[in-house]
Design a protein. Structure first.
Ligand SMILES: [Mg+2]
Length: 434
């Protein structure tokens, strides 16, 4: 896809022969005749990329079994499950990810269904990530098959600017790993991610700063990062259907009507996104889980176990000087059904008592008589510990909790994590607010 709209000298890159040449009107490469061209201003300053594998699980299965290459393929959890990924052939029948399998098979009865092989997908995802990391240390994975790359200042190392470097990477992934990716390149994460989705599969879209407003204007507000079904309905009810509707308002109005979130939406609607590409942290989540010797439905037993695990998790958070903004409770029932319940978006914390209050409120909703074989708690969405759990006018309890936990922690350092201290913490916390 060729980008138009900017003034000045332009460069055209052929994604097949990987040659950059001065921009012209031709829609095909002068050297090899390929139509797969991408254009950008001379001295391109766009260095933030989003790379997304095309139909990742399905493409891996097709790669590994070439007899499937032209058949509609669904990777998913058997006939009673849902579609994890479907190939582009299956998509022409209307099959989509997250669709119930019976519905997908009604649309496309001839589809081949394969159960997911996560271990294999993780392995392939790592291979691709390591090719990305050869280009820049600033690789921020956002799922198994997609990542942001910041190529700022990498020109000297690669002897090429970001556009050519990325085209080379796409070719390398095709030839060495046998999968295709779609690339979005812009000057911020939001536009890069949006761009990678515009020309799938095997796409390459560059969104220049001057194009951002016009590109975004006709899109539904749901295309803005973080606007899910609920937020979309809320915005629609406020008369905001298209991103252009938000662009038409001034920042103060958006802020007045929709709070801090309104300010964020106003900026993203204009393609303004200051978030940096932050390389993968060593730690993506800190968690603890327990498999019971005997399946249990006993509230007190589950609650006590949960507290012990929250304390373990808190100790690790403190050790790594992290605070979390999200807690996930994991339960596996006696018949192996998995339940996960999460809460996120609270003030960063590393205190066991706070983790426990959140996790316990999630647990209590699940106590429906089911017997559980496994209980787990995990934390994610980390922030620096600095400034966490300081307490404020609204929540004066935090200061007290912090002091108490500090005292328990130092006792533990002296005497070890004894059951007595745990019991103390248990009594001190359970009777409090839900
Ligand atoms: Mg993908």
């Amino acid at each position: 896809m060729i980008s138009h709209g900017a003034e000045g000298a332009r460069v055209v890159l052929c994604r097949d022969c990987l040659v950059e040449s001065p921009g012209g009107d031709s829609s095909r490469c002068a050297l090899c005749g390929s139509p797969r061209l991408v254009a950008y201003p001379h001295g391109n300053a766009l260095t933030i990329a989003h790379i997304d594998c095309d139909a990742f699980y399905a493409s891996i299965e097709k790669r590994d079994n070439p007899t499937l290459w032209d058949r509609p393929l669904i990777v998913g959890g058997g006939r009673r499950g849902v579609v994890s990924t479907c190939c582009y052939v299956a998509r022409t029948f209307g099959v989509r990810s997250a669709m119930p399998m019976f519905q997908a098979l009604k649309l496309c009865p001839e589809a081949v269904v394969i159960g997911p092989d996560m271990a294999k997908y993780v392995r392939v995802g790592r291979q691709i990530r390591s090719l990305m990391q050869d280009l820049t240390p600033l690789v921020e994975p956002i799922s198994i098959d997609e990542a942001f790359l910041d190529l700022t200042g990498c020109e000297g190392v690669h002897g090429a600017g970001a556009p050519l470097t990325l085209a080379r990477l796409a070719r390398k992934i095709e030839s060495e790993i046998g999968l295709t990716v779609s690339i979005g390149l812009s000057d911020c994460k939001f536009l890069a991610k949006l761009a990678s989705d515009l020309d799938k599969p095997r796409g390459y879209t560059i969104v220049e700063r001057v194009q951002a407003m016009a590109l975004l204007a006709p899109m539904p507000v749901s295309r803005i990062w973080g606007v899910g079904k609920v937020a979309q309905t809320r915005l629609n009810n406020a008369g905001l259907r298209l991103i252009g509707d938000i662009q038409a308002l001034d920042e103060t109005t958006m802020f007045a009507r929709h709070g801090a979130e309104g300010g964020r939406l106003w900026r993203l609607a204009r393609g303004i996104d200051k978030r940096r590409v932050t390389p993968e942290r060593e730690t993506k989540s800190i968690s603890s889980e327990t498999t019971f010797d005997v399946d249990t439905a006993d509230k007190e037993h589950l609650t006590r176990t949960l507290l012990v695990m929250c304390e373990r998790v808190a100790a690790r958070l403190k050790k790594q000087q992290l605070a979390c903004k999200s807690v996930t409770l994991k339960l596996r029932t006696a018949d192996f059904k998995l339940r996960t319940r999460a809460r996120s978006g609270f003030e960063p914390t590393q205190l066991a008592t706070r983790l426990f209050l959140v996790a316990r409120s999630l647990l209590e909703k699940e106590l429906d008589g089911a017997r559980f074989r496994l209980l787990g708690v995990s934390t994610a969405d980390f922030a620096a510990a600095e400034g966490a759990d300081q307490g404020d006018l609204v929540d004066k309890d935090i200061g007290r909790e912090r002091a108490r936990e500090d005292a328990i922690d130092s006792l533990r350092e002296k005497f070890g994590a004894s059951a007595v201290v745990r019991g103390l913490a248990f009594k001190a916390t359970t009777p409090k607010r839900p």
